[in-house]
Design a protein. Sequence first.
Length: 325
Amino acid sequence: MTRRDQDFAVGQDSFLDTTANLVGILIILVVVVGTKARIDAVEHTKKKVIAEVGDVEPFADEARAQSRALHGSLMKQQRQLAQYEVEKKYRERERNMLMRQVAFARESLQEELETADQSKQELVRQAQELADLEAVVSQVEKQVGVAEEMERPKVVLEHLPTPMAKTVFTREMHVQLKNKKLTIIPWDRMIEVLKNQVPLAIRRKAGKKSVEDSFGPVGGFLVHYRMVAVDLGYELERFELEPTRDIPAESIDEALQPTGRFRLELASRDPAETVVTVWVYPDSFAEFRRVKAWMFDEGFLSAARPLPPNVRIGASPSGSRSSAQ
């Protein structure tokens, strides 16, 4: 090999070394640049996340505040619910106590009624019937008022002047209104017969503390009376009228006819001196208003004596007088 060929071979080796060195340096530079880029990317991502978290923080505070408010409201409602439960139990105990008191009162009343004598039981029964009757009458009047309001095309107001009530001390005429029919009670004739019957009954039952007897019928009524012993003899305690099947009753239309017994009896009396006492039963209240209006037009005052069903007409010296209107 010539010297020239040796120099050329050496030159080629140097060139290859240089090229290899440059390639190695480039690889190192690529690795360094890639590593730096990755570190910068991580730093950038970290800063972005930190910035985003910083922007969300105010919303997180607001959410925490709302959560605390909702929790407080829930606790308040739970306390109120507990208070309501305590109040409910208290009211239940109070109601149970009242129910026991009512049951005890009913039992006491029942025991008193069972131990009371027959007269007291009758008074209680009559008072109960009267209260029931008043409730029924009130209910019927309300229903009648509603029905009239719905059926009538216009409202017609009928006005019957009602004078101040005054106690009756003049002559009285007594009538009974029952089963929608009117019956004249011969009151004065009954009193006269009673005066004649009492001495005879006292002689038959002399020495007894009380005398009970009956007579009649007078005008279709049996008269039952009771006398009690006093220091100077006997005095009338009470008398009652029992209607018989043959009682001379007439309808309101018949009674108000010119030939009716009721109208003929009124024709024989002076309106200025006569008051008509009407013993009226619940089934004849409407008829009583009609009779009262007719008597008012004729100049007669009237006094109503309402009676519960199945209660007899009666009177006693200690009873109250009629109030005429």
